[in-house]
Structures are given as structure tokens and as C-alpha cells.
Design a binder for this molecule. Structure first.
Ligand code: MN
Length: 755
């Protein structure tokens, strides 16, 4: 029985209602006692009594007593997913914190930490995942997954909760039905698939489809009913010879026709543009055999395979061996497709009883068998790690996150091998570059090509299951924007995006500076409003994109007419400094003729009255005290680069014979250094900050830009200093100001430091 059929509950007396509730609960308890779990009846009874009291007097929209919902969720968790007492208790209690006066602390006091944590996780994700704003969806989904990686049972119980809500969706208002159905199809069904909960996935899809397309659903359901007699005759013709063979093999087995779900029939009709009559693979035959010895399972599967192919013609490329290579979600079976007596292809799925349980109940079934000392769980861990990898990216755009994740949830998989024989599961459409990023970010960003089955291929080459893939890299390779176009895995896209951000930062900074100077020259303040107008004018979608294109010179501010009037009354800060003006660089002293350079010896970077014996590289502008290296340029000059400069990396890799180690001699000049400060904008902090800096002796301040966004301020300060030591002292002082989160030097060519 699925939903609790309760059409006339309002006619029940309270006593009758109570008897019904007790009966439903006893059903849960009985199912639990029949399972292989340890028998912890006492705590389950206590959780039930507690939840019943907490929800007493409350009814669902359908009119039934509220407690019937948590009981139903507990029943699904126990009987359809196969979970144990902890989950049954958490399911019974799952709406208590959300809907009653009780807190998570109460639950912990009464039922312990473990159950309380799961209930807390479920309460956190109780709201609809689809909020009013798209970004809110992603945020909630992210939370959902974060909670999940803490305890997978949170998600499994959430799945049970959603399934019961879908089964009882009929009593909701139509607008809400539509929303919940969409959300189920978009998030829960794919998640159920990834967790290996195939039965639940199918039911969620069918129910969503029923509410989203009621007419199409009804039409197909009717066609299925009408074609039943003919179908069962065809199935009998097909299966009888197979069953005879299985009997001759002396097997204990169940064999049945598996009808395609309404939703998957509809999907096939839609994608292949065929009418119902032409969906030939309406059913598959499933054979489940009993086997006490797991080491014999594989051999029996192939014996059955051989018996069937003796009877029917095998489709050459539709055999799927999920026994040797189980799917990432744990699915194991042997599939083959043969031609039936009526000339149509029929799929046959062969599984042992153990494999069948795993297929139906997903990972929960592994807990029951507990074989291989956690081997099975490690597959799940690999998947969870993939999700964590995405979540760990420090700055993922929320929408990108949802999209990339959705990508992974929907894609079906291929399996490829590394030269060492390691197995990598990837979505279909994955390329050599996906494999490179899968192995490591560094391998991905430096990938130049691949060898697939020992043949050289470009990095955009799409892989097939079973390919052996070797990744070729080069130190001089840099990540490219256009790679986004042929990446299929969420992980690779996330990693590439992070690498591109790092790569583009110097140009973003340069463009930022250009824009600030342009506005400062016009004496216009760089407000959000003005920047937004400029973004619209240049048709770019983000600030960084605007800065980047200005930095690279792809866009020019020439001809842009500012309609805003110049700033009025100067502020306190402006009185102290010339805010918004990019500091002019000190005049370059003349370069003295370089001495003969001996690459084997350390080159002393000297400052004489007559000038310097080196030039500063324009890309990273190091200052004395920085870790630097020399590069002998085409003019024979020693060009000094910061060791963190990306260009220096390229030079080192490509022109190793022109690199010279250097040391700083006594400094006689001053240099511009930029400092990035960020913190919380408490009242008066900016004044305190500026007073502190201006009172700090020996530091010549050239410019100061302050941006505030709600409570957070960021500040870019340019000072004239002799070396890094002075900068470090200043940063240390600034960091001591209450409210300042971080202060650090920004080296050109490196990332903006963060706390
Ligand atoms: Mn609920």
C-alpha cells in the first residue's frame, strides 16, 4: 500500500482516528522487526509517543492528523530504503523542531546527539529549494549537500519525506502542486538516481510528470492498460524458452517483465518523436537468482547470458557489464539485448538477489550485507568527495554551482582507464581535458593534448567508455577561456574557472586602475551606479569582465561620455588624501650600462647615483625585499621579476638559459607598493584607519580608494616605500585596528590576498 488512503477521515471519531494511527505505527514497527537490523524497539516507541504528543491537534491540509505524515516517512525510510532505528526515530521526529515548540536541544536531551543532528539537518533543509530568487535555490541546495556529506541519512530521510509529500500531493493547492512537482523532477529524482534509489527515482518522476502533464500522463497510462493483453502474450512467447533453460540449470530464481515507467515512455516519445505504438522496448525482462556464495555470482550471470544468447540473436553493442565495473552509485547487473520472436529488441537484466537489493534500495542495502569491509561505501565517498570539491572552491558563483551540479546529476556515465589501470567514472561527453582536471588542477591547466588508446588526440577529444587515456602536459601551457566549451564534468569546470580567475587577475587590476584614473580625471566618484551604466554601455555582465577588457585594451574609454557632474564637497578622507587618483609613478632613473652578466653568479641589483644596473619588469613591479629573479632580455638588460609573477614562470620554463639569480644591494630609491585592506565598516573605523596611516612616520601615501558594500569595506592604498620591510610593518599596524580583517600587500601579477 502506498499513500494512507484517508478520504473520509473527517467522519472518524477521535477513538477511530487514534486506532488508525496506532495501526500505522505498528506497521512500521513490524516491518523493522522483520528486517536484519538490531532490535532497538524502545527508542522507536519513545520517539513515536513524543512526536505524536508534539503534533497533537494539528492536521495536514488533507484533514488527516499530522502524525500520520512522520509515520509514513518512517515507514518509507525503513521498508523502502532499508534504514535502521536511528533513521526511523529521526523520520518520526523530522518535523517536530520545524513545526512545534521543541528545539534541537530537546531532541538531543531525549534521544541523543546522533538523532538530534539528523533532525537538525532535516530542519535546515525543510524549506522549498526553489526560493523566489534563483541564487537562493543554489544556496539552499548547497546547504542540503553540505549537510548530506555530514550524514547521508539526512538526505535519505529527506528523500522519504519528499516521496510521501509527492504521494499525497493531490490535496495541495494546484499552484503549489506545480512548484513541488517541478522541484522534485529537477532536484530530488536525479539525486535519488545518484544515490542508487531507482524505485524511488522512478516513482518521483512518474508522480511529478502526473502533476505537470496530467493529460499526457492519463493518455499513456490508458494506452498501457489497453495494450496489456497483447503485451503479456508476447512476453510469454519470449520468456517460456528462457525459463526452461534456467530450470535445466537448476537455479532458484524470479523472472518478471519490467514495464517501462510512464515518465520514461513519455520521454522516449518526446525525444525520439515516435507514437506510443512505436516504443518497442516497453518492457525489459528481469531475472533475479538466489546465490549464497558471492564469489559465484559473476559466473552464474554469464551462464544465464550464454543460455539466452543460445536462444535469441544478440544485439552486438548493447551488452552492459555492470558487474566487473559497477556504476558509481553501486549498481551491479549484467544487461543484454536480444531480438524477440516478434522481431523487436528486448532487454534482459540479470542480477543476483544481493545485486537486486542494492539496485532497489541503493547504498542503504550495503549496510545490510556489510561485505568487503566498507568497500562499497568508498564508491559513495568518491561521489561525496566530488561534491565537496565543488563546494570547496572558495568563490563559486551560486548559479554556476547549481548548473554544474545539475549537469553531473543528470549525465549518465562512462568509465575510462589511466595508463596505470585506474578507473575513472565520468559523465558521457567527457573529454581528455576533463580527465586532466579530474587527476589534478595543475595537470588540467597545463594539458596540451592526450593519447587515447595510444593515439595522439587534441584535448577536446570526446571519450568513450573503455578508452585508455594518457594526459600530456607542458609547463608553458596556460588555461584558456574557450576550454569551457568542451568540459563535461562539474569538477573540471569549477577548477578551470578558478584557474582563469587567477590568470586574469593582473589584467583585471590594470583595468580597474585605468577606470579609476578616468573617473578621477573627470572628478567623478566611482559609484555603483556609474559602473553599472558603463557595464551596460559596453555590454559586459560583470565588473571583472569590464576591468579585464579595459586592462587588455579590448575596450577603450575613449569616447565614453560621463553625464554625471563632478563631485561636490570633499569628504574628510578626501581632505586627508587625494582620493581616487592613481599615483604617478616616480620618474625612472636612467639605466646604467649593464655590466657583463655571468649567469652562474648572483647578480647584485645596485642603485647608484647614476641610476640602476637593472630594470623592473612591468608585469609584476617587484620592490626591494621581494623574492625576485633576473631575466636577461633582448636588450641585454637584467629584467627583475617577482618569483610569484606568472610571466616569470613562463620565462623560467621557456628561457632557462637567460635566468640569473639576484640579490638586492643597499636601496636608495622609493617604490610604489599597493596594500589591500578589508574589514567590517563599524562607525568611525575609516577615520581611525586614515589617521593611523597618515600619522605613521616615513610613509608617503600616494592614493587611497575605499569601497563599501553593506557592512564590508575594502581599501586600496598606494604608498611610496624603500622596501618590503616597511610595508610589512605598516600592514601589521593596520591589522591591529579593531574591525580590520586583513591587510596585505598586493603584488602585481598575484592574486588579491584574502583573509
Ligand atoms: Mn515532512
Amino acid at each position: 500500500m502506498k499513500a494512507t488512503a484517508m478520504t473520509e477521515e473527517h467522519l472518524m471519531t477521535p477513538e477511530e482516528e487514534d486506532r488508525l494511527i496506532e495501526r500505522e505505527f505498528n506497521d512500521v514497527l513490524q516491518g523493522y522487526l522483520n528486517s536484519n537490523h538490531r532490535k532497538k524497539v524502545d527508542i522507536i516507541e519513545r520517539a513515536y509517543r513524543f512526536a505524536k504528543k508534539a503534533h497533537s491537534g494539528i492536521r495536514r491540509r488533507s484533514g488527516e492528523p499530522y502524525i500520520l505524515h512522520p509515520i509514513a516517512v518512517a515507514k518509507i525510510a525503513s521498508q523502502e530504503i532499508g534504514l535502521g532505528s536511528t533513521s526511523i526515530c529521526a523520520a518520526l521526529l523530522h518535523d517536530v523542531v520545524e513545526d512545534t515548540e521543541y528545539t534541537v536541544e530537546d531532541i538531543e536531551r531525549l534521544f541523543g546527539k546522533k538523532i538530534a543532528r539528523i533532525v537538525a539537518g532535516l530542519t535546515k533543509i525543510s524549506g522549498g529549494i526553489f526560493g523566489d530568487q534563483a541564487s537562493a535555490q543554489a544556496e539552499n541546495f548547497r546547504k542540503l549537500l553540505l549537510t548530506m556529506s555530514e550524514d547521508i541519512r539526512v538526505v535519505l530521510i529527506k528523500m522519504a519525506d519528499r516521496l510521501h509529500n509527492m504521494r499525497t500531493l493531490g490535496s495541495m493547492a494546484p499552484a503549489k502542486q506545480y512548484k513541488i512537482a517541478g522541484e522534485t523532477l529537477y532536484i530530488y529524482a536525479p539525486l535519488a538516481h545518484r544515490l542508487g534509489l531507482f524505485e524511488i527515482k522512478t516513482e518521483l518522476e512518474d508522480l511529478s510528470f502526473k502533476y505537470e502533464h496530467p493529460h499526457a500522463y492519463e493518455r499513456i497510462a490508458q494506452q498501457i492498460r489497453e495494450s496489456e493483453a497483447r503485451r503479456s502474450a508476447v512476453y510469454n512467447d519470449f520468456s517460456t524458452p528462457i525459463l526452461k533453460s534456467l530450470d535445466r540449470m537448476g537455479l532458484n530464481y524470479d523472472a518478471k517483465a519490467r514495464l517501462k515507467s510512464v515518465y520514461s515512455i513519455w520521454r522516449k516519445m518526446e525525444t525520439k518523436h515516435v507514437p506510443f505504438e512505436e516504443v518497442y522496448d516497453l518492457y525489459a525482462m528481469r531475472i533475479i537468482f538466489d546465490c549464497d556464495d558471492p564469489s559465484q555470482e559473476k559466473a552464474i550471470c554469464w551462464n544465464i547470458y550464454s543460455a539466452i544468447t543460445d536462444l535469441y540473436r544478440l544485439h552486438p553493442d548493447r551488452t552492459r557489464d555492470w558487474i566487473s565495473n559497477p556504476k558509481a552509485n553501486g549498481y551491479q547487473a549484467l544487461h543484454l539485448t536480444v531480438m524477440g520472436p516478434d522481431g523487436n529488441w528486448v532487454e534482459v537484466q540479470i542480477r543476483s538477489r544481493r545485486m537486486d537489493e542494492i539496485a532497489e534500495k541503493g547504498f542503504a542495502a550495503h549496510w545490510k550485507y556489510k561485505i568487503g569491509e566498507g568497500d562499497e561505501e568508498s564508491e559513495l565517498n568518491v561521489w561525496l568527495r566530488t561534491i565537496k570539491d565543488i563546494l570547496d572552491d572558495p568563490n563559486p558563483n551560486a548559479i554556476d554551482f547549481l548548473d554544474t551540479l545539475k549537469l553531473n546529476l543528470f549525465a549518465s556515465e562512462i568509465v575510462v582507464f589511466t595508463p596505470k589501470g585506474e578507473l575513472i567514472t565520468l559523465p558521457t561527453e567527457s573529454t581528455v581535458l576533463d580527465v586532466a582536471f579530474e587527476l589534478h588542477s595543475q595537470i588540467g591547466t597545463h594539458c596540451i593534448a592526450g593519447k587515447v588508446n595510444h593515439k595522439l588526440v587534441p584535448l577536446s577529444h570526446r571519450l568513450n567508455s573503455g578508452d585508455q587515456v594518457e594526459v600530456l602536459t607542458s609547463q608553458s601551457q596556460t588555461p584558456k577561456e574557450e576550454w569551457m566549451g568542451f568540459l563535461a564534468t562539474a569538477k573540471a569546470r569549477t577548477r578551470l574557472r578558478a584557474a582563469l580567475r587567477r590568470e586574469q587577475q593582473p589584467m583585471v587590476d590594470k583595468g580597474h586602475e585605468i577606470l579609476n584614473k578616468f573617473l578621477a580625471d573627470a572628478e567623478v566618484e566611482a559609484t555603483n551606479e556609474i559602473i553599472t551604466k558603463m557595464m551596460a554601455f559596453y555590454k559586459v555582465t560583470s565588473r571583472d569582465a569590464l576591468y579585464y577588457k579595459l586592462g587588455t585594451g579590448e575596450l577603450s574609454l575613449d569616447g565614453y561620455i560621463l553625464k554625471e557632474s563632478p563631485k561636490t564637497e570633499p569628504s574628510l578622507l578626501q581632505k586627508i588624501f587625494r582620493i581616487g587618483r592613481t599615483a604617478p609613478r616616480p620618474a625612472e632613473p636612467p639605466l646604467i650600462v649593464p655590466e657583463r652578466i655571468n649567469l652562474k653568479e648572483t647578480y647584485h641589483l645596485r642603485f647608484d647615483d647614476s641610476g640602476r644596473n637593472f630594470v623592473f619588469a612591468d608585469c609584476c613591479r617587484p620592490i626591494p625585499g621581494d623574492d625576485v629573479m633576473g631575466f636577461v632580455n633582448d636588450l641585454g638588460q637584467v629584467e627583475v621579476h617577482s618569483l610569484t609573477c606568472p610571466r616569470a614562470q613562463v620565462l623560467k620554463a621557456g628561457h632557462g638559459t637567460r635566468i640569473v639569480s639576484t640579490s638586492w644591494d643597499e636601496v636608495r630609491e622609493k617604490f610604489l607598493a599597493e596594500i589591500h585592506i578589508e574589514g567590517v565598516d563599524r562607525h568611525g573605523i575609516l577615520q581611525e584607519l586614515t589617521q593611523m596611516i597618515s600619522n605613521h612616520l616615513n610613509i608617503d601615501i600616494r592614493s587611497l580608494h575605499i569601497d563599501t558594500d553593506k557592512e564590508v569595506f575594502t581599501c586600496r592604498l598606494t604608498v611610496l616605500v624603500s622596501d618590503t620591510e616597511v610595508v610589512n610593518q605598516l600592514c601589521e599596524k593596520v591589522r591591529k585596528i579593531k574591525g580590520v580583517q586583513n591587510a596585505a600587500r598586493v603584488a602585481d601579477g598575484s592574486e588579491t590576498p584574502t583573509a
